[in-house]
Design a protein around this ligand. Structure first.
Ligand code: PMP
Length: 456
C-alpha cells in the first residue's frame, strides 16, 4: 500500500519499474501455469480454489506439479526451495516417508468409521509429553480446534466474552476477527459478513500491554484468553520478558481460562513455545503440521478443566453441542499424526531445523547491513522473518504499520523468479527437517540481490 520506505533511493529504478520487470519475467517463464490460470477462471471463483490464492504476486498463481522434502516443482518444470511449506502445514517437509507409509497402510485398512483407533491413544500420550496438558480432543483444522475451545470455555465458565490480542490470527474464528481502532473493538478490515459486531463477543488488547489486559479482565466477563505465545501472523512479535508470567497471573486471578495456540509456534521446539518456556495454559490448540499435511488438529485441556467440561455435558446431548466434525479423529488423520510426531517432527529434527533458521537470519542480517536497507530480521525457533522497518515491533499495531504491500510483492516475486518461495503475506521462512544449508544459502543470495537493487 505505501511502498514509500525510501529504499528505492533516487527513483532511477523505482519499485514499480522493478516489479514490472519481475512480472514480465514471471509471465514469460510460466506459460503452462498461465494457461491453467486462464482456464481456471471459468469454474473457480476468482480463478482459484481458495480466494486468497489470487493474492500471490505475479498476476496468476503457480500450479504445482510435485512437492518433496524442502522443494517443489511447478507445471513448467521449475524447481523451488520452499520456505513457505504450506504456511506451516508442510513443516514436516513435503511427503515425508514415515507419514506416507502410515497413510498408505491405514488407508488400505479404512479411513473413517466414527469409532476410535488405537492411534488416538498414542497421539494423545505424545501430545501430553510435548505440551503438558493431559486430555485431548481432535479436529481437522486449527480453526476448529480454536472454535471448539472457545465454545467449551464459554460453556464451563458461563462468561460471554473472549479476549484476543490486536492483529492476532487464529483461523476463520469469528470471535478473533476484530481489531482496535481508537481504542474500540471493530471488525478487522476484510472481515466478511461478521454475524454480530465483534465488540459483542470479543475484547481486544495490544500485545505486551499488561495494564490493558488487567483492565479488560477485571470485570470477570472473559471466558478465555486465546493467544499465540508469540505473534506470528502480523510478522513475528515476541513477548516482553515477564509477559507470560503476568498473563498467567492475571488470568488465574480473574478465573479466566488461558488457551495457547501453538499452530505456528511449534517452530520453537517439539512442545512448542509452551514447553520451551514452561508455560502453564489451561488449553493448548494446534493444527497444520502435526499430520504431515493431512488435515488434523488437536486441542488439549488440563485434567481439572477436562473434568469440568465432561461433568457439565449431558451424554444424551453431547452430539449436538456445537463441537462437531464427522470426519474429525478419523483413522487416517490419526495414523498420519502418529507417524509425523513419532518419526518426522522429532526432538532431533528440531535440533537441525533451529540452526538452519539461525543461518537464514544471519544471512539476511548481513545483507541488510551490507546494503543499508532500513529493515531488520527476527527469529522464533525454526521460523524467521524480515520486516520493513529498522526496529522490532512490540505489538500488532507496530508490526502492522511496518507492512508494505508493494515492497512485499516485489520481494516475493523477485525470489520466486529465482527459485525461492516465501510464506505469502509476510516475509517469513520456515525450516523443515529436509531443508539444507544450500537451500538457506540460496535464499541469502537472492535476498541480497534484491536488497542491493532496491538500495542502488
Ligand atoms: N492458528 C494460527 C496461529 C494460525 O496461524 C492459523 C492459520 N494461519 C490457524 C490457527 C488456522 O489454521 P487453519 O487455517 O489450518 O484452520
Amino acid at each position: 500500500m505505501k511502498s514509500d520506505t525510501g529504499v528505492s533511493g533516487d527513483g532511477s529504478t523505482s519499485l514499480a519499474t522493478l516489479t514490472r520487470r519481475e512480472e514480465e519475467c514471471f509471465a514469460r517463464e510460466h506459460p503452462r501455469s498461465r494457461t491453467l490460470a486462464e482456464r481456471a477462471k471459468e469454474h473457480l471463483l476468482a480463478g482459484v480454489p481458495m480466494h486468497w490464492m489470487a493474492k500471490w504476486p505475479g498476476g496468476f498463481p503457480l500450479f504445482v506439479a510435485e512437492a518433496r522434502g524442502s522443494r517443489f516443482t511447478d507445471v513448467d518444470g521449475h524447481e523451488y526451495v520452499d520456505f513457505c511449506l504450506g504456511d506451516t502445514g508442510a513443516m514436516s517437509g513435503h511427503a515425508p516417508e514415515a507419514t506416507l507409509r502410515a497413510i498408505a497402510e491405514q488407508a488400505a485398512r479404512g479411513i473413517t468409521t466414527m469409532l476410535p483407533t488405537e492411534d488416538a491413544l498414542a497421539v494423545s500420550e505424545e501430545l501430553t509429553r510435548r505440551f503438558g496438558v493431559t486430555r485431548w480432543q481432535f479436529a481437522l483444522t486449527a480453526t476448529d480446534a480454536n472454535r471448539f475451545s472457545i465454545r467449551l470455555a464459554r460453556h464451563v465458565t458461563g462468561r460471554p466474552k473472549v479476549l484476543v490480542f490486536n492483529w492476532c490470527y487464529h483461523g476463520s474464528v469469528d470471535e478473533s476477527f476484530a481489531t482496535l481502532e481508537a481504542g474500540q473493538v471493530v471488525p478487522r478490515r476484510g472481515n466478511l459478513g461478521p454475524p454480530v459486531p465483534p465488540s459483542e463477543t470479543t475484547k481486544v488488547v495490544e500485545w505486551n500491554d499488561l495494564d490493558g489486559l488487567e483492565a479488560a479482565l477485571a470485570p470477570g466477563d472473559v471466558a478465555l484468553v486465546l493467544t499465540e505465545p508469540a505473534l506470528t501472523n502480523v510478522g513475528i512479535v515476541h513477548p516482553d520478558p515477564g509477559f507470560h508470567d503476568a498473563l498467567r497471573g492475571l488470568t488465574r486471578d480473574t478465573g479466566t481460562l488461558l488457551a495457547i495456540d501453538e499452530t505456528h509456534t511449534i517452530c520453537c521446539g517439539p512442545g512448542g513455545f509452551t514447553k520451551a518456556h514452561g508455560l502453564e495454559p489451561d488449553v493448548v490448540t494446534i493444527g497444520k503440521p502435526i499430520a504431515g499435511g493431512i488435515p488434523a488438529a488437536a486441542y488439549g485441556f488440563t485434567g481439572a478443566l477436562a473434568d469440568r467440561i465432561a461433568d457439565s455435558i449431558e451424554l444424551e446431548e453431547v452430539d449436538v453441542g456445537g463441537v462437531g466434525g464427522t470426519l474429525a479423529a478419523n483413522a487416517l488423520s490419526l495414523a498420519a499424526m502418529r507417524a509425523t510426531l513419532d518419526e518426522v517432527l522429532t526432538d532431533e529434527a528440531f535440533d537441525r531445523m533451529i540452526p538452519l533458521a539461525e543461518r537464514w537470519t544471519t544471512g539476511v542480517e548481513e545483507a541488510i547491513a551490507e546494503t543499508g536497507v532500513p529493515w531488520h530480521v527476527t527469529r522464533l525457533g525454526c521460523r524467521a522473518e524480515y520486516l520493513f522497518g529498522p526496529d522490532r515491533p512490540r505489538n500488532g499495531t507496530e508490526a502492522h504499520a511496518a507492512g508494505d504491500f508493494g515492497l512485499e510483492r516485489y520481494m516475493h516475486l523477485h525470489a520466486l523468479n529465482r527459485g525461492v518461495l516465501l510464506t505469502p503475506f509476510h516475509n517469513m521462512a520456515l525450516m523443515s527437517p529436509a531443508t539444507t544449508d544450500a537451500d538457506v544459502d540460496r535464499h541469502t543470495e537472492v535476498f541480497a540481490e534484491a536488497a542491493r537493487e532496491l538500495a542502488s
